[in-house]
Design a protein around this ligand. Structure first.
Ligand SMILES: Cc1cc2nc3c(=O)[nH]c(=O)nc-3n(C[C@H](O)[C@H](O)[C@H](O)COP(=O)(O)O)c2cc1C
Length: 159
C-alpha cells in the first residue's frame, strides 16, 4: 500500500501531526502551499484567511512535486479556519482523482469543534472512512493528541 499524508499548515500544528502519522504509517509527506503567502501576523491571518473561507476562495497551489497516481491512499490534514477546512485543501480537492483516494482526514483546531468543517469536506470525499479531531498545542487538552493519533493510525492500518 503506497500512502501519502498531504496537509496544509500555517503555524506547524497540522505539520507536526502529519509527520507523526507519516512515520507511524510509513507514508510519504506532501506539504500543500499556496502561491500567494498568508500574512505573518495572526490578526491579519484571521482577516485574510477568514475572508477566503467566507468567499469560498480557491487559491492557486505551488506545484506539488509528486505524482499522485503513484499512491493508493491519501491521508489529508487540515487546520480549521472559521469552522471550516482551509482554502488550500479545497484547492487540492479540485482534483477529483486525488479526492477519491482520500480515506482519512485529520483536523487541527483551536477549540475542537469540527462539525461544520467535516460536513463541508465530506461532500468532496466519496471514500472517507476515518476522521480525527486534534487540538492546537496551546489548548490545555492537546496532550490527548498523541493517543488519538495512535488510534487513528491503527484504524487506517487495519486490513
Ligand atoms: C484564519 C484562521 C481561522 C481560524 N478559525 C478557527 C475556528 O473557527 N475554530 C477553531 O477552533 N480554530 C480556529 N483557528 C485556529 C486553528 O485551527 C488552530 O490554531 C490550528 O491548530 C492551526 O493549525 P496549523 O498550526 O497547522 O496552521 C483559526 C486559525 C486561523 C489562522
Amino acid at each position: 500500500m503506497n500512502r501519502l499524508v498531504a496537509y496544509y499548515s500555517l503555524s506547524g500544528n497540522t505539520e507536526d501531526a502529519a509527520k507523526q502519522l507519516a512515520g507511524k504509517l510509513g507514508a510519504d509527506l506532501l506539504k500543500l502551499e499556496t502561491e500567494k503567502p498568508m500574512p505573518k501576523r495572526f490578526a491579519a491571518q484571521i482577516l485574510v484567511g477568514g475572508g477566503q473561507v467566507m468567499m469560498h476562495h480557491i487559491p492557486k497551489l505551488k506545484p506539488l512535486g509528486k505524482d499522485l497516481s503513484g499512491y493508493d491512499e491519501i491521508i489529508l490534514g487540515s487546520p480549521i479556519w472559521n469552522s471550516k477546512g482551509v482554502p488550500a485543501i479545497n484547492a487540492f480537492l479540485q482534483d477529483e482523482a486525488a479526492a477519491a483516494k482520500v480515506t482519512s482526514l485529520f483536523f487541527l483546531s483551536g477549540g475542537g469543534e469540527t462539525k461544520k468543517g467535516l460536513a463541508a469536506i465530506t461532500k468532496l470525499l466519496p471514500n472517507l472512512k476515518h476522521t480525527v479531531s486534534l487540538l492546537d498545542r496551546k489548548h490545555k487538552n492537546s496532550r490527548e493528541n498523541a493517543a488519538k493519533l495512535e488510534q487513528f493510525a491503527a484504524e487506517i492500518d487495519k486490513p
